[in-house]
Design a protein around this ligand. Structure first.
Ligand code: GRF
Length: 217
């Protein structure tokens, strides 16, 4: 197997997607390893998950920096110091500067709990339900300067039930996220996909990767 890609993960909270990535990285033939977890929130639960997995952690609190540029420069320095090759945002609640986004262009993934480009931004589940959608899901995409925008690597769909609240839908989508993020990171880390014209193609067929729908429990 070729060398595993060195991955950094940015978090702000619970870290359940981080946990899914940690679990995937334990597999011998998984093409990535997490070498650093950075939180902008000192008490983020995800930091404990990383520590339990013996992954180096850093807290870089945005409140300690006068500008977004300074904060992003500190993130970038830490990632560079640790020879990070691929970056995964996993519930990271800060917007990046255009310069940071450009520096990590096509090496930087995000997870969003809707089928983008629909329902960008916060509170997507409430808005999905209010709109009467029958399906929702999650998206793994490369990061661009606009929030929740960028080439889509993979999506998973889940049903929206008539009885759903934002909480029950969030739980169902989150379970799909936990399948989808390791899948998408493996595609990127192994070089199976590439970006062309703001779309993601698979390297052999030059076609888009098919919809990934994890089986429902
Ligand atoms: C996930 O729903 C993710 O899609 C969104 O924030 C949530 C983070 O959850 N961006 P966790 O911290 O990974 O548990």
């Amino acid at each position: 197997m070729t060398k595993k890609k060195r991955v950094g993960v940015l978090i702000s909270g619970r870290g359940s997607n981080l946990q899914a990535l940690i679990n995937a990285c334990k597999k011998r033939d998984y093409p990535a390893e997490i070498v650093l977890v950075i939180s902008n929130v000192p008490q983020a639960q995800g930091l404990l998950r990383a520590e339990a997995a013996l992954i180096p952690t850093l807290t870089i609190d945005h409140k300690d920096f006068p500008t977004r540029e300074d904060f992003d420069a500190a993130l970038d320095a830490a990632l560079t110091d640790n020879q990070v090759e691929l970056l995964c945002n996993a519930g990271f609640m800060r917007l990046h500067t255009a310069g940071f986004v450009e520096r990590w262009r096509d090496r930087h993934l995000n997870v969003h709990p809707s089928l983008l480009p629909a329902f960008r931004g916060l509170h997507s589940h409430e808005r999905v339900i209010a709109a009467g959608c029958k399906i929702s899901g999650c998206t793994i995409h490369f990061v661009r300067a606009e929030m929740d925008e960028g080439p889509i690597v993979a999506q998973a769909a889940v049903p929206v039930l008539a009885s759903d609240t934002a909480e029950t839908l969030a739980t169902r989508v989150l379970e799909a996220e936990h399948h989808l993020y390791p899948h998408a990171l493996a595609l990127v880390a192994s070089g199976a996909v590439f970006v062309k014209g703001e779309r993601v193609f698979d390297s052999n067929e030059q076609t888009q990767v098919p919809l990934f729908s994890p089986p429902l429990a």
